[in-house]
Design a binder for this molecule. Sequence first.
Ligand code: EPU
Length: 338
Amino acid sequence: MLISENFCIKPFTTFGVEVRAQQFIVVSSIGDLQDLFKEGFLKTEPRMVLGRGSNVLFTDHYEGLILSCQIRGKEIVEENDDYVLLKVNSGEYWPGLVDEIVEKGLGGMENLCLIPGKVGAAPIQNIGAYGAEIKDVIESVEAFDMTTGTGKIFTKKECDFGYRSSIFKTKEKGRYFIVNVIFRLSKKPKLNLAYAPLKEIFQGRKEEEITIKEVSETIKKIRNKKIPDPDSLKNAGSFFKNPVVKKKTADKLRQQYKDMPYYPQTGNKVKLAAGWLIEQCGWKGKRIGDVGVYDKQALILVNYDNASGKDILQFSKKINASVIKKFGIHLEREVIVI
Ligand code: EPU
């Protein structure tokens, strides 16, 4: 295992800011983790795991240890006429995996195509898009406890999934290194066309005639129009979560803003669209120096070239302040700020 000191991690995050990590180690197997534990490396504070770095923003150099997850490989662990249980190691790249699964005609991941990131990050923040969430196809997650040096399998229930959240982001934050995820994929796929623009596109078609490949290709087209590819424009997807507020608050706002997107949730709550709120505050397409709000989707902040993490964070705070001022709503970040 190679231990790099004072290592530039710019290419390891999709925001691509210029920062260094005091120590940087590539982890390629569970054996690597066991060795690192035995040698005491995992006691380093702070320490963190990076997948593709597509949901983090570094605001300074990292004075600690970064573990880069590169455990590759996958295998079928169970199969029958109805489903396949596929174990995928955490260092596999998510978009490639989805394409491969869709190509095989296995259902459950097709709405989640093109999301930049690695498999290990998918359960941590319960990635979601176009009416689907990864929790719906997760069977279990195997993780390495960096505090005790032992492995643990989390059932789906134990993962405690929520909107862009799981136990790995809340109660057990920073403790586990995700080693692999088992996905339950259907051989008799049921399409998920709940997302309104998708429903519209497929309107009038018989569901039996629509393939998951077609759904995935359609989503790719929608996505490519709205979300920039981090390989060509540096970004970390949605910077903020969509706020979930009390129905009373949402209803009051809706009286004033008749066209405000409004998604009823359980527990007398309503989810609002952060992108809409930000756009209403006049931020869409705005740029200050090298930081900007993407002109096709106001939820996405972009680094046009040399913005620092601090520039991006400052910019996001200005957006939040104007949303609070206009709507009285605080936006929570989806991106993890370090
Ligand atoms: N909207 C605007 N202006 C904008 C953006 C959105 O008015 O600039 C409105 C849209 O017209 C629509 C509503 O807001 O009425 C919702 O927009 P959209 O369907 O584009 O989705 P989103 O809520 O903005 C979420 C996810 C995305 C995911 C899309 C599609 C979050 C925080 N974001 O965005 O996820 O791709 O739905 O399902 O939940 C990510 O997590 O990185 C991400 C990109």
